[in-house]
Design a protein around this ligand. Sequence first.
Ligand code: TYM
Length: 345
Amino acid sequence: MSNPESRAFSGIQPTADSLHLGNYLGALVNWVAFQDKFECVYCVVDLHSLTVGPDPAAIRERTRRTAAQMLAVGIDPTRSILFVQSHVPQHTELTWLLNCITGFGEASRMTQFKDKSSRRGSEGTTVGLFDYPVLMAADILLYDAAIVPVGEDQRQHLELSRDLATRLNTRYGEGTVIVPEPYIVAATAKIQDLQDPTAKMSKSGNPGGILELLDSPKVLAKRIKSAVTDGETEIRFDPAKKPGISNLLTIYSALTGRSIDAIVQEYQGKMYGHLKVDLAEIVVEAFTPIRERTEQYLAEPETLDAILAEGAERAGRIAQQVYGRVADRFGLLPPRRHTTSHASA
Ligand code: TYM
């Protein structure tokens, strides 16, 4: 593969039937744009989703649905590599090597782990959940990725990936791996929940608080109409004092490409209801073609599987090479091809 200095990597979990607006604005929009600038590798991280223990039929179905939505938003498999994490075994192999240079305390400080494990208690918390950020570092380092487009909630995990990459280069020599840079767009890095605008929009959040890419126009309009705002009437951008209205303005601006100032000007003297009605139309217009294209991909599972098979082959070629380089530096004896048969002599 050509120039690793310009390679981008990112991943998304298949933990729901539909992706949501936070995934779309915080990640997918940038992934699509990156295709003009970088060699892109995008992954459905099914192994990560096992840490929340979904049932096997759901994970199989959601892996396909997630890939279909990635294609539907504009990930182009003739330009980018699109594949499923478990199809490339080097992800788990590199995770083991990274496990052996990751501090227990360092992994224990990950806030997502602390939040989830405190909710589940020590018996309900798996070693997989603890190791989640190390698997994520392996995903990134395995492709010599220089840049990783993500939302704000992944910042700390990216810091760990950078620390581990730097450690590898210090211990095993420069050039062992590339130290990746996060790419987080401030304006859309954290889309908030519509029902609780102080919390991020999330698959595990309040169902009324998320806008799903595959929702019907009716559901989308209803959710936006019932979005929590505040007791005032003035439309103005103030995330600290007016988180609900500010979140709606952020979404409006991101989907139309217009500045927040221009939108606020336009709605001077109007009611929150006006803004909501117009925003519902904008969201429906943006999501409808995505939903229709997703349905087309899902109606042709063979085409989808063929795209993922080709993606896994292309990803596997890079992963094999990078893993071989790192394993060699760790001192693991390279496997040799068996040529003459001693056993039969
Ligand atoms: P995941 O599946 O939770 O989310 C996928 C992407 O969507 C972004 N995102 C948001 N952005 C803005 N506002 C929101 N409310 C919002 N909710 C989600 C996430 O930041 C993410 O970019 N650990 C990762 C998956 C992963 C990964 C990787 C990412 C595994 N390996 C390697 C990058 C590189 C995750 O759980 O994403």
